[in-house]
Design a binder for this molecule. Structure first.
Ligand code: NAD
Length: 448
């Protein structure tokens, strides 16, 4: 099937490349010409494990191309997927990119006799596809739905795992407003033998937000308990967590006596909070929609409040344990919001570094792939930060090392000579006695 994807970022590109390798003819459209040039030279503009190889494969089959010209992208396409950003700005979801893409697709629909199904891949609040998107297309095309199709196919991939997630999803949600679009989505995902659920677009939209909101709830819940453990003293929250992880309702015992060890348990490990381009904005957006409808949204309020304060927890514990932070030489390891990506949107490290600077610390930072994006996101204060290519040779100069992203290479810190230094394990990836010589501090644990 010929597919046009509008918006070629973390979601659009992975979707396009994966669909192409499954046998569809894909054109990815982006209005940033630099992205288009880079992709047509075989270089992804984002960091994602396995993406360069898959892009090469997709291009070799002749089934993948990128363009800045929407009309040529839509030429012959049966389905147009919108995968543009939906940031949360000033208390509302900024739908300007979605509206713009819908209008441009609508203008094309107005000029063609072919039936095109427009499917939302972007995360949008319930009622967006069947009202906002529909109206934009109707106005721009001069045609009334169902002269074109409408669908919503939420994306659940996780950056850092995006290819694996897209190629082997746990379920595919086929949201539709008309049977032609449902048929189109069925054909698109025919190569995937997984659970497929069909529902109206509003349900599909809410499902995506509920998914992220519930995971965010888990993270904030364990973080609140971890902060309590630290305040009580004499408790390491990881002892508590180990016990929680053995509750068979979280971690079923299999017939062979082993544990299932479901991934959901990783959301029950305390840390410096959730970040990224999805959880913070999606929880805020859902809360805003509820409040607009007159609901108090107490739970999501608490989830966000706890999360906002969590990076500060790192700085507060260090401040207390070291009796002040002014002038201290601090090395922050990990800038991406999670390992496996160069995405720093809403990264905890952004807040931590800014707070450390405001305390007058000398801050050095490292990340295997996200330093460039971090520098840009920090803005003018970036000049006050030292960006390192090699963190290991800098350990000697640091008084404090903060482990803020769980990149596997930082496990090697346990082999460094840390005597006389303080190590803050912001992701609880190390065990206290594995870091010889250092004063070990962490979320959910006071120094002993
Ligand atoms: P992104 O910012 O990485 O990419 C969006 C791209 O769209 C940009 O390259 C931009 O240049 C392009 N664009 C914007 N308007 C355009 C237009 N009119 N025509 C052509 N190109 C246009 O965003 P992303 O992280 O890929 O997220 C896209 C959507 O997917 C969002 O709604 C997000 O919430 C959702 N989502 C993201 C993830 C994730 O992990 N990043 C996971 C699931 C869902």
């Amino acid at each position: 099937m010929r597919v046009c994807i509008v918006g070629t970022g973390y979601v659009g590109l992975v979707t396009g490349v994966c669909l192409a390798t499954k046998g569809h003819d894909v054109t990815c459209v982006d209005h940033d010409p630099a992205i288009v040039v880079s992709l047509n030279e075989g270089r992804p503009h984002i960091f994602e494990e396995g993406l360069p190889e898959l892009l090469t494969l997709a291009r070799a089959t002749g089934r993948f191309t990128a363009t800045a010209d929407l009309e040529s992208g839509l030429d012959g396409a049966k389905i147009a997927m919108i995968a543009v950003g939906t940031p949360f700005v000033n208390g509302v979801v900024d739908l300007s990119y979605v509206r713009g893409a819908a209008r441009d697709i609508g203008a094309y629909i107005g000029k063609t006799d072919r039936h095109i199904c427009v499917v939302m891949k972007s995360t949008v609040l319930p009622c967006t596809t069947d009202t906002v998107v529909r109206e934009e297309i109707e106005v721009a095309s001069g045609k009334r739905f169902p002269a074109f199709g409408l669908g919503m196919n939420p994306e659940f991939l996780r950056e850092g795992n995006a290819i694996v997630d897209f190629m082997g999803p746990d379920r595919i949600v086929l949201g539709y407003e008309d049977s032609a679009t449902l048929d189109c989505l069925e054909a698109l995902y025919a190569p995937w033998a997984v659970d497929k659920i069909r529902m109206r677009t509003r349900s599909a939209e809410l499902l995506k937000y509920s998914n992220n909101a519930l995971l965010a709830c888990q993270i904030s819940a364990i973080n609140e308990i971890a902060n309590l453990a630290a305040a009580i003293g004499g408790i390491d929250i990881m002892d508590v967590v180990k016990g929680l992880h053995l509750d068979k309702r979280w971690n079923p015992i299999l017939p062979n006596g082993k544990r299932a060890e479901p991934e959901i348990l990783t959301y029950l490990i305390p840390g410096c909070g959730f970040g990224g381009s999805c959880f913070p904005k999606d929880v805020q957006a859902l809360r805003a929609q509820g409040e607009q409808l007159g609901l108090p949204m107490r739970l999501l309020n608490a989830v966000l409040e706890i999360n906002d304060a969590q990076p500060e927890q790192v700085v507060a514990i260090l401040h207390e344990e070291l009796h002040g932070l002014g002038g201290r030489n601090i090395l922050v390891l990990g800038l991406a919001f999670k390992p496996g990506t160069d995405d720093v949107r809403e990264s905890a490290s952004l807040k931590i570094v800014k707070r450390l600077l405001s305390h007058g610390c000398k801050v050095s930072v490292h990340d295997p792939v996200a330093a460039h994006n971090f520098h840009r996101a920090l803005g003018p204060v970036a000049d006050a930060v030292t960006f390192l290519d090699d963190w290991k040779s800098h350990i000697d100069q640091a008084e404090v090392v903060i482990l803020a992203t769980k990149w596997p290479e930082y496990q090697q810190i346990a082999k460094s000579n840390l005597s006389g230094k303080t190590l803050f394990d912001g992701r609880r990836t190390l065990t206290p006695n594995a870091v010889g010589g250092a004063k070990y501090l962490a979320i959910g644990r006071r120094a002993v």
